[in-house]
Design a protein around this ligand. Structure first.
Ligand code: MRU
Length: 364
């Protein structure tokens, strides 16, 4: 997508041909800054500190992180150590493990001298595959928005989204936002309610930044506003992303997604989850087994912001000395989800629905 008219992906190979560059998402929306990742440790730190975040981008960054590790030491033992180190940085998004498994498969049967080239080739493919996958998610999801638009006779379709499942969370396009961008580009009038998404404000800081850069009409609302908007008929559909989908259709996504799904169910608002194939964990039979990342209390107790003089500072916002809990994700049961939007089409949020699109995953 474009920033100030210039097309960007979220991660790309640097001119030296072996390190990578990423957009530092901890600086957005106040500053657009590109940072280099020159080692596996750099990649791991960027994932943990959320300079890069969002399930598909975490996977893509880990893939290049492993390629950089293999460049330094291509032995089996070093690869095992690097995979273990990268995998533990963020536990919920399955794309991290998926990307590392893909990378390992690409190099394991290669002679050592060919492993570096094979690793970089596979990391590039993971990125390209993500771009095409997200584009296709948009093509399928756009039709859902267009169906609603036809019934609204020119009034904007009101979409609510939570967190940032946009192009900043992927390599390009986004998952939940791809249908929005594609419908908008096709001339469908729409407006997006952007949940601010406490504690890290991925909605207010990142989704709003993306939508604004692309000219999509949107309004930031506090996380608790969604139910009220739905009760008053001001949301036509919800589209969110996900960090892991269990084989039965339960979905882990940013904390607060579950409450939006409950409100949507109570108000007959369609609730869709957009996802790439790399986010399905076929090994988990239900969502309650998905590990939920617990992050630092500081994310709840403090908040960064920009002062009138342009400087960005972090301030304390809570009663001094009070502890805080910070579960970063929750699980939305499949029964609350209207459907999945994938690169292969739209399906019910059930085991059968997923298998209808991914029949190769059916048990023999
Ligand atoms: O903690 P984050 O910012 O990595 O969480 C991101 C989300 O929850 C996204 O909705 C999810 O990764 C889907 S991204 C296409």
């Amino acid at each position: 997508m474009k920033i100030n008219g210039k097309p960007y992906r979220t991660i790309w190979l640097a001119p030296d041909g072996w390190s990578v560059e990423v957009i530092d998402q901890t600086r957005l929306p106040h500053e657009f800054s590109v940072i280099p990742l020159r080692s596996m440790d750099d990649a791991a730190r960027a994932i943990l500190s959320m300079q890069v975040r969002g399930a598909p981008l975490i996977g893509a960054t880990a893939a290049y992180g492993l390629a950089m590790a293999i460049r330094e030491d291509a032995s089996d033992e070093a690869i095992d150590r690097a995979v273990a180190h990268l995998a533990k940085q963020r536990p919920t998004a399955i794309n991290l493990r998926w990307a590392l498994d893909e990378m390992r498969r690409a190099v394991q049967n290669q002679p050592r001298e060919e492993r570096v080239a094979a690793a970089y080739e596979r990391a590039a493919l993971i990125c390209d595959d993500d771009v095409e996958t997200c584009r296709l998610i948009g093509e399928h999801g756009r039709k859902l928005i267009m169906d609603i638009a036809r019934k609204k006779a020119g009034a904007p379709v009101e979409v609510l989204t939570h967190c940032n499942a946009g192009w900043l969370a992927c390599v390009d396009w986004g998952t939940a936002t791809s249908p929005i961008y594609q419908a908008h580009d096709a001339g469908v009038p729409l407006h997006v309610w952007v949940d601010e998404t406490r504690p890290r404000n991925q909605g207010a800081a990142l989704t709003a930044y993306e939508l604004g850069s692309h000219g999509v009409p949107h309004t930031i609302v506090v996380d608790n506003a969604g139910g009220h908007l739905m009760q008053h008929g001001r949301v036509d559909l919800c589209i969110v992303g996900t960090d892991r989908v269990a084989a039965n259709g339960d979905v882990a996504n940013k904390i607060g997604t579950y409450l939006k799904a409950l409100a949507a169910k109570d108000n007959n608002v369609p609730f869709y989850v957009a996802l790439p194939h790399s986010t399905i964990d076929w090994t988990l039979s239900e969502g309650m087994s998905i590990p939920i990342e617990e992050r630092s209390a500081d994310e709840v107790l403090k908040m960064p912001g920009r002062l009138p003089d342009g400087s960005v500072v972090t301030v304390e916002i809570a009663a001094p000395g009070s502890p805080a809990g910070n579960p970063a994700f929750d699980v939305t049961p499949a029964r609350l989800i209207t459907g999945f939007i994938t690169e292969r089409g739209v399906c019910p949020a059930t085991r059968e629905g997923l298998l209808s699109l991914y029949p190769e995953r059916a048990p023999d």
